[in-house]
Design a protein around this ligand. Structure first.
Ligand code: AMP
Length: 542
């Protein structure tokens, strides 16, 4: 017997339709790439997104075609995003922080036929245009007045291009499992991999993100996605904010502490989301100027582990609750979020901060387990760590154009490549990437735990731990430090003494080197592959 409910497919543009009907005048404010702030609302965004869809079809774009964007978070990017998916095509958000060769590789692999780009990226794209043979047209996200001289094929200012559509158009009907978007993993090893989101996975994932114990979004919120739409599906905010009628505040290209603060104050932002580096920069700005962020009440921090010092400062000094979150491109991206369950509500002070350093618990739709290398499930005791595996409707099962490659285990779980513990209350803590974990004498040493402990040493700006080959133990930890300007580095003995009460004795690093700079990936993570390459022949002096 089947249920007798209506067949109402979960399509991305139904979210924008809802926002335009229920919250037509809600603010969508952006710092434009051209400079001034720009104000619009959901009703207008919907009208223009319909024009984008209509205009794309006039350019020959059809269902399933990929249309790329290389753009900051602004209202135009938002319209383009919905317009592309609403034409039945597939938005392909490209990360401009990648190397040009990687961008070209990704564009060609995705086969994107049109590229919509911000003014900022015109020089970058112009220099590599001959490597983008599949792109038929470049739409510059600006108006005629700001259009630069460019040799890009069929280049046109977005506003003029859009004006050629009258908006008398209906969304292209696709089924809910049709592809809506594609986002490539940052690829620290090998070629980047294309993760293909469906309309259904995007809508389900956005609904989960709005929950009280997730981002807790509502119509009274003023949401500022600092995390760019090109990073891991923009953490769902371009969907979850309009879904509940929250205002959207788009920060554009300027993401330094002072600029982010200006937008928060000006637009009375209540909720925001970004990687720890952004919140660190804002914190430095607040400390240096004595400024406040009175309208903010919570902030989601993820992408890499959020240091307890950041959590403490935001919560205790600025009254902003920190929602530590973990996820990855393959998970749409949210996998866990930190919220206080009744079982841990009695914790206070440092004990609560210690718990908040964990990445949180999976919401409904994310099944989670940890296993050993042979796939055997490990206990949820908060100390045993193993491979973190996940399953759910917004989690990838294949990569684009690598359909022959199996990425799920025999029970349908996706191996995240992260190593983690789970505790008795279901809180997950990342202890490493599986490639980064140090395998010493058959046991695992968490490089992240060591790094977090080492940055507590006065004057240390950044720490990274990689393995050194060792005849007896196979691998041993090497600690790499960057010091704050003008601060002398500790020697190995001083550092080992400092770490002695923070980690197990056999985890203590066997050597220490100091660099001026640690290499990072395009999304700000430590580039361990490069460090491993740099130190592959390194052996401790003694
Ligand atoms: P990306 O797909 O670029 O978002 O990268 C995903 C990876 O970032 C994950 O597999 C983790 O290794 C790492 N990551 C994301 N969030 C966190 C977090 N809160 N703590 C530690 N690592 C994280």
């Amino acid at each position: 017997m089947l249920g007798l409910m209506q067949d109402w497919p979960l399509l991305m543009h139904t979210v924008l339709d809802h926002a335009a009907i229920q919250h037509p005048h809600r603010d969508v404010v952006s710092r434009s790439v051209e400079g001034p702030f720009h104000r619009t609302d959901y009703a207008t965004i919907r009208g223009r997104a319909l024009k984008v869809a209509q205009r794309l079809m006039k350019d020959g774009i059809r269902q399933g075609d990929r249309v790329a964007t290389l753009a900051w978070n602004t209202w135009r990017h938002l319209e383009a995003w919905y317009g592309i998916a609403g034409a039945g095509a597939v938005y392909h958000t490209v990360n401009p922080r990648l190397f040009p060769e990687q961008i070209a590789w990704i564009m060609n692999h995705a086969g994107s036929r049109i590229l919509m780009l911000d003014l900022t990226f015109v020089p970058l794209v112009q220099a590599m245009a001959d490597k983008l043979p599949l792109v038929e047209r470049f739409v510059i996200l600006t108006d005629a007045a700001h259009m630069p001289q460019t040799s890009l094929r069929n280049a046109v200012p977005y506003e003029e291009w859009l004006a050629e559509a009258d908006g008398d158009f209906a969304w292209v009907r696709v089924e809910e499992n049709a592809a809506a978007g594609i986002c490539y993993t940052s690829g620290t090893t090998g070629d980047p991999k294309g993760v293909v989101y469906s309309h259904r996975s995007n809508v389900i994932h956005a609904m989960i993100c709005t929950q009280v114990d997730a981002f807790g979004l509502g119509a009274a919120d003023r949401v500022m996605p600092v995390v760019p739409m090109f990073h891991a599906n923009g953490w769902s905010l371009a969907l979850s904010a309009p879904m509940v009628g929250a205002a959207l505040v788009m920060p554009g290209a300027k993401l330094d502490g002072a600029s982010v603060h200006e937008v928060i104050e000006r637009e009375r932002v209540t909720f925001s989301a970004a990687v720890p580096t952004v919140w660190m920069m804002l914190l430095q700005h607040l400390e240096a100027t004595g400024a406040r962020i009175g309208s903010m009440n919570r902030v989601a921090i993820g992408g890499s582990a959020c240091p307890p010092a950041i959590t403490r400062a935001y919560q205790e000094k600025y009254g902003v609750r920190v929602i530590h979150a973990w996820g990855m491109t393959e998970l749409s991206p949210v996998g866990t979020l930190f919220a206080v369950k009744p079982e841990v509500a009695h914790l206070t002070g440092d004990d609560m901060l210690r718990l908040q350093a964990k990445q949180g618990t999976p919401p409904y739709t994310v099944e989670m387990k940890i296993t050993d290398d042979d796939g055997r499930e490990l206990p949820w005791d908060g100390t045993t760590f193993g491979r973190l595996k996940v399953k759910g409707p917004a989690i990838t099962r294949r990569y684009f154009r690598r359909e022959e490659e199996e990425v799920l285990d025999e029970n349908g779980f996706f191996d995240t490549g992260d190593v983690a513990t789970m505790d008795e209350n279901g809180y997950m803590e990342i202890t490493d990437r599986s490639k980064d974990v140090i395998k010493s004498g058959g046991e695992w040493i968490s490089s992240i735990t060591l790094e977090n402990a080492a940055v507590g040493y006065p004057g240390v700006a950044e720490a990274a731990v990689v393995s050194m080959k060792d005849a007896k133990w196979d691998e041993r930890p090497l600690l790499i430090l960057v010091m704050k300007p003008g601060v002398l580095s500790p020697n190995l003995t001083q550092m080992r003494d400092f770490l002695a009460d923070k980690v197990a004795k056999w985890w203590l690093p066997d050597d220490l080197v100091v660099l001026d700079e640690i290499p990072h990936t395009a999304t700000g993570k430590i580039l361990k592959t490069r460090l491993r390459e740099m130190f592959k022949d390194h052996r401790p002096a003694a």
